[in-house]
Design a protein around this ligand. Structure first.
Ligand code: HEC
Length: 154
């Protein structure tokens, strides 16, 4: 096959690859899924760091920055779960415990609890009142750790 005809074939294969990864969890490449979920988790940690610093007084309180960070946390909390597809317990360095795929209902329940808590976090940030933000940041952190305690290895 000449180079000129090969290029569109490769392009078409790449497109098929992307779509099949979305359509079927079975075709997810474990190493990509692991990096995807870790990246999102890391971004959650970044934004919780912003809020935690404000809550502790290590960073000047700013309503707009608090709303922005809280909104990012709540949006990110919708995202990482695709990266925990079946078959992604190994394939790259990971701290995800095998229990995630043995007790998926419990894992999902803790994910849902964290999502619900993040809506309260956004509402607290929107009050513009640091005294309201502080306990919401604490409750959010607890919801994160409730899952890490059971499902993330140390
Ligand atoms: C339902 C479970 C669950 C919830 C809720 C959860 N996490 Fe995680 N988190 C995990 C698991 C599992 C890992 C390990 C992922 C891996 O190594 O593949 C992880 C990893 C992390 C990491 C390390 C990422 C890295 O660099 O490898 C950070 C940071 C993190 N989470 C922050 C958070 C924050 C902040 C929240 C709350 C806003 C949160 N997580 C909520 C399960 C959860």
């Amino acid at each position: 096959m000449k180079r000129a005809t090969l290029v569109p074939v490769i392009g078409a294969l790449a497109v098929v690859g992307i779509f099949s990864a979305v359509v079927s969890a079975q075709t997810v490449r474990p190493d990509r899924a692991i990096k995807y979920r870790q990246g999102i988790m890391g971004a959650q940690g970044w934004n919780m760091g912003v809020l935690g610093a404000m809550a502790k007084g290590d960073r000047p309180y700013n309503k707009d920055e608090a709303v922005r960070a809280a909104t990012f946390v709540s949006q990110l909390l919708q995202m990482s779960w695709d990266g925990f597809a079946p078959g992604t317990d190994q394939g790259a360095p990971t701290k995800a415990k095998a229990e995630i795929w043995k007790e998926p209902a419990k894992f999902t329940q803790l994910a849902d609890a964290a999502k619900a808590e993040s809506l309260k976090l956004v509402a607290a940030a929107q009050t513009g009142d640091l005294a309201a933000l502080r306990p919401a940041v604490g409750a959010m952190g607890k919801a994160c750790n409730n899952c890490h305690d059971d499902f993330q290895s140390k």
